[in-house]
Design a protein around this ligand. Structure first.
Ligand code: SAM
Length: 245
């Protein structure tokens, strides 16, 4: 059997490609890519020439099975998305599940990811956080989701499209009340900016924000309810941990 590699790619700055990612992409038999044209440009930059398989949200069932057949046939395949970590708000998770179900080795590579990159410079709690990805697009579903999230302890991390941002920020203020928020824009790119503020001030200034580029929203969690970090830490020996697995 071959190996399925999950390979992160840069979220804007090509220097964030890892040496290992370049090596693995250069060694595999084929690369499953969300957008073959987009990945073709990246590969050209790193002087890599490999067969590309189009694998995306709308063909993942049929193409996923074809990729599994190739892996069972001994081919090594890398899975990449357009940017960042495959399987994080991107295709890849289904392919990894299928491979695991067929007892095929899945090797994940660490690398660029917008959520964690935004979080570590957000000035919000990094000890406990929840990643939600994209909120539902429709108002009612979005508001229902936000109501549930309002009770969540720990920092909340969201992805959002620029054309929905203004509406979503207002809905967040309505659901969460005033909370600290960091809007991370164009991470790793020329116009990278961090707006560290609170939902009330942001909603008073909604028309002053530039709604262009890519955004991560990092928001303070609920201050009430049970916090995991209040549970006393138990130290467990390696033997005890293995015995519990
Ligand atoms: N797989 C990617 C990852 O690991 O971060 C996420 C892909 S998701 C389809 C795209 C969303 O990620 C964008 O709409 C934006 O919210 C966020 N994003 C990606 N690149 C970004 C960047 N350079 N700056 C800010 N947000 C970014």
């Amino acid at each position: 059997k071959g190996i399925l590699y999950l390979v992160p790619t840069p979220i804007g700055n090509l220097e964030d490609m890892t040496y290992r990612a370049v090596r693995i992409l250069g060694e595999v038999d084929a690369i499953a890519a969300e957008d073959t044209r987009h990945t073709g440009i990246l590969l050209k930059h790193f002087d890599i020439s490999k067969p590309l398989i189009s694998y995306h949200e709308h063909n993942k069932e049929e193409k996923g099975n074809a990729i599994i057949d190739m892996l069972l046939d001994g081919k090594n395949i890398a899975c990449v998305s357009d940017a960042g970590m495959p399987a994080i708000s991107d295709p890849g998770a289904d392919l990894a599940s299928k491979a695991i179900a067929h007892h095929i080795s899945v090797v994940p590579l660490p690398g660029a990811n917008a959520a964690l990159t935004a979080l570590i410079a957000s000035d919000l709690d990094t000890k406990q956080f929840t990643f939600f990805g994209f909120l539902p697009k429709r108002g009612k579903h979005r508001n229902d989701a936000l109501q549930l999230m309002a009770k969540q302890r720990g920092t909340l991390i969201f992805y959002e499209a620029p054309h929905r941002l203004q509406e979503v920020l207002q809905d967040m203020y309505d659901a969460f009340g005033n909370r600290p928020i960091t809007i991370a824009r164009e991470l790793t790119k020329k116009f990278e900016t961090f707006l560290r503020s609170d939902l009330s001030s942001i909603c008073n200034d909604l028309e002053k924000i530039t709604y262009k580029g890519e955004f991560v929203l990092v928001i303070g969690g609920s201050e009430t309810g049970d916090a995991i970090d209040e549970v006393p830490q138990q130290s467990m020996s390696y033997e005890e941990a293995v015995a519990e697995l």
